[in-house]
Design a protein around this ligand. Structure first.
Ligand SMILES: [Zn+2]
Ligand SMILES: [Zn+2]
Length: 70
């Protein structure tokens, strides 16, 4: 990917590490989708709340990758 195709509009000092680990996208899938994110309490990876079937935001969230095979 070329860096000059639009990233110049973004703050380059901002690390682009907040991609959803479920879908790999940074933005909501639909315009009306609530842009809610949740972070795994184990690996600190960020997920779209929608991408992980909207778990309770109050409870600890451990992503599938961290839960591992049972
Ligand atoms: Zn996602
Ligand atoms: Zn995790």
């Amino acid at each position: 990917m070329r860096e000059d195709l639009g990233l110049c509009l973004l703050n380059e000092s901002e690390p682009l590490d907040n991609l959803c680990l479920a879908c790999g996208e940074q933005y909501p899938h639909t315009p009306d989708e609530i842009d809610t994110w949740i972070a795994c309490d184990s690996c600190n990876g960020w997920y779209h709340w929608d991408c992980i079937n909207r778990p309770s935001l109050e409870a600890l969230f451990i992503c599938l990758g961290c839960q591992g095979p049972i």
